[in-house]
Design a protein around this ligand. Sequence first.
Ligand code: BGC
Length: 354
Amino acid sequence: MEIDNLNKTNFTKIIDNQEVSLFNLTNKNGFICQITNFGARIVSFIIPVGTSGIDVVLGYDSIEEYQNDDYYLGVVAGRYANRIANGKFILDAKEYSLFVNNGPNTLHGGQKGFDKVVWNARPFLNENNEEALELSYLSIDGEEGFPGNLKVNVTYTLTNKNEIKIDYSAETDAKTVLNLTNHAYFNLKGAGEGTITSHDLSLNADYFTPTDAGAIPTGEIRSVSNTPMDFRIARKIGERINDDYVELIQGIGYDHNWVLNKESNALSHVATVSEASTGIQLNVFTTEPGVQFYSGNYLNIKKGKYAKSYPTRSGFCLETQHFPDSPNHEDFPSTVLNPNETYTQTTIYQFEVK
Ligand code: BGC
């Protein structure tokens, strides 16, 4: 099976004086999730199909390729997932300046975000005997320009319900902003097996946040009605992706935050993606108010795992999150974290084979 090709020694290395390794989680149904503590990244998710398996997560064969990755494959993005306009925000009348790494803006935490740091790793079995990996990281006051010493924990659990369950928590010693997400690219035909435009997608969202040409929300909350952004009823990702609609032209496809239909921050079902040719379906649940649906428009990876290539639109991300650039939009749900508060978020990617 394909997993044999991923050589664990290619993932073992000392980076920043810490040991980096590849961790395998398996469940009783034969599903496998591989994670590296470099960037808290999901490297593979292998679904047993017949006598073989389909790996639905895009990734690389070695840690060196992850060190050079510009696409945020499988990462935990932070401290602030997605963009902060001009790399600036104000908290209590003080302006903070971040490293700008995406045109004039800050993307996914700056120059060395959570995707490029080494996390402490602790594999364990949970109360249901399911395999889990707790990753923790201390982001020091001033790192990438963000205030506060921030302790972050991310626990990945591969459940017997064929879910990757991701539980995040964080605490700070000074007022700060925080927005964490996972940036795995999925392809339900199998990573490297063509584009994702044939997948059916539904999103439980009546509104989305339109952006300017630099992908920063304008502040408008727009109804999806009568637009190509309407996924309330499942339809193919590719059906309207090339429409003459300014949001899609700017993003070269979908790269937007949808405002999830939710009344509270309880865990709820927010998205479903399915691929008829393999029968694989992904159901997404989250406690977050938004999801960035990114159709992998900028992907251009010549050599991913098993020597396969990942061209444009060969993977999609459903990044459950608070809205991009919230620190600069008072009417968006707040991303402020105060000392003595605990940030939490839970997201579940659940797989079925029909
Ligand atoms: C962003 C895209 C960006 C990608 C980076 C997504 O979260 O919305 O604009 O290109 O991450 O790989």
